[in-house]
Design a protein. Sequence first.
Lengths: 265, 88
Amino acid sequence: MSRVGPLALVALAVFLLPPLAGVTWIDPTVVLPVGSAAKLCFQLVAAVGAWRCAQALDSGDPPRRAWTLLASGITGLLLGQLVLARWQILDATMAPFPSAADAAFLPGTLLLGLGLADFARAYAASGMSVGSGRRAGITAILTGIGSLAAIALLLVDVLGSADSTAERVVAAAYPVLDVALLVPAVVLIDQTRHLRGGSLWSAWALLLAGAVAMATGDIAFAWFSVLDTRALEAVLDFAFASAYVLFAWGIAVHRANLAPAPLSR
Amino acid sequence: MNDRIDRARALEVVERAIAPFVGETLARASTRAHCERMGLTGTSVSPAALETVLEQVAKGMRVFVGSRQTAEVMDRIRADVARLGGDP
């Protein structure tokens, strides 16, 4: 287990227990700053780890571009969270929507999805028995159709609301980008299940659990916003930190795989 | 130095070296698939043929763990194969 592992396990329990227990009474003035600070910490660990993974690869290595995209995406999310910290940590209030944070969150999510898609493409072409490009394509199409069906009603509701155009466009962009994140994540889940028993499987299981948690959590968050259940929003936002814990942990395990072990004598 | 290397033992060396990263099932499936694609089905392989298999395995491993880790793993494999009596 990497050094991030034990801390990540504790953090996961802390962030996931309140929502799983159905707790909605936690004071948002406590949840917001604590959740925001935790997200910042784990996003920073994940971003630094991802950049180091990219640096650990030679320029001709197929996954270097994927790691660079992934690192850029997580850095975008970190920048967005930094903007939100101005409200969530300093004022202990929900941030306005839309805000400058969305200018970082939206491209960050897109880059994250592109990074995962680049990994999936490279793995399909690796010659290792992780499934063909055709299988990856079919998985992507089926997941895309299923996910779009899941957010169709949400999009109709968001785009038909009485909010400003900017608000509606940004609100609709999130679930669409979540689908763009979910599709390569599901393709990678199908590919990396063949790695079971290897250390790369653990790394991918953590990282992809983080991606799925982020995408599905984001869509659930959008639904709660539409249904106007503010108490659930604060708790779900708290649970979001678990996605970044999983990212940080998975990336730390990945880094250990990229670095040659010292020779045993 | 032998001209031929025991195929089963050589593949076992390769699989043992890459399994910690990609798991035993994928290590076995990929190595065997490379051999089958090259028509290496006999009980022994030539050092040149084994080297070609190693190149294919290395190409796949580079996608998962990069050049540096792959080079380290391939060096270990070559050293272990040399101990079997071959020199790929």
